[in-house]
Ligand binder design. Sequence first.
Ligand code: MRU
Length: 351
Amino acid sequence: MSRYLSDHVHLGDDLTSVVILDQTLLPNEAAYLTLREPEEMFEAIQALRVRGAPAIGICAGYCLAALAEQRKDLPPDQFRAELHRLSAYLNSSRPTAVNLSWALNRLGRLAHTMPEAAPAAVAAALREEAIAIHKEDIAMCRAISEHGLTLIKDGDGILTHCNAGPLATSQYGTALGPLLLGTERGMKFRVFADETRPLLQGARLTAYELDKAGVDVTLICDNMASIVMKNGWIDACFVGCDRVAANGDTANKIGTSGVAILAKHYGIPFYVLGPTSTIDLACPDGDHIQIELRDPEEIRSKFYARPMAPAGVKCYDPAFDVTSHDLIAGIVTEKGICRPPYGQSLAALFP
Ligand code: MRU
């Protein structure tokens, strides 16, 4: 396994399967899963075995390419109908992270440009496109890390929420990217990682990745963000994103908007870091972002030896919330740092 687990999603050697590191088992176990059936792929995304907006997009690209390869002997019409059906099916696994539909649509558009091509040729082209998406993500993470690093200095304290590191992307990550890159260059940071209830991506994945990379990381419960800010330990907040609307409103893991509100109160800059593939200019504002609702058992009993709430108690379990654009000091993309007003600066990224 590489230092930053950048190989945690890839195409199987047989080209008809996808191999993923099962993130639900981390940090206790690093086990890889081979996904062959559409239902296995759907389940892996929905159950967060592979998660994080860019990683979901990379995985979905490989999944569609592998399924196309499996079906390359079908008659052309049937092959294309299957591609359409499978793409829609995978796309329905999670609603909020736009990278999922972004990657699937990118492959779909490519197939559309080859109306006369035989299924085997289309399958090969989709595979190349999926690999391109993965390679581009590696480059995007690196560029985001470089831009993000200009916002902080040696010795800074950074608060992060959820996991926007290598496991959520391909390499370096987005919100964790500048911290990993700076550490490689000899800089020192003090990172505070929110545990991120209810699925604990901060505790299980962010603390794991930063610790493995030699970064000084302190795990806190989500409700401790205010005290570490008040103590003067935080110079900036860095978080990832699942969908950025045209006006800069940003969906990210549930609890992110609370961190942004606290940061505003304490006068701490709050930055969102993500690739342009996470920006959805077709979505005007945060009210138009669909928020995924998940199984209440995640709150009642998951990760506990015994249930920690009365059986059947009513729970509300949104997976994401929207941070208003006016709380965000900058949106860091691979093309540079967008500043308010976001309506203009985000649109300028797509000339
Ligand atoms: O539900 P998850 O674990 O997929 O949520 C992940 C996040 O919210 C990340 O912060 C976001 O996808 C950015 S990852 C670079």
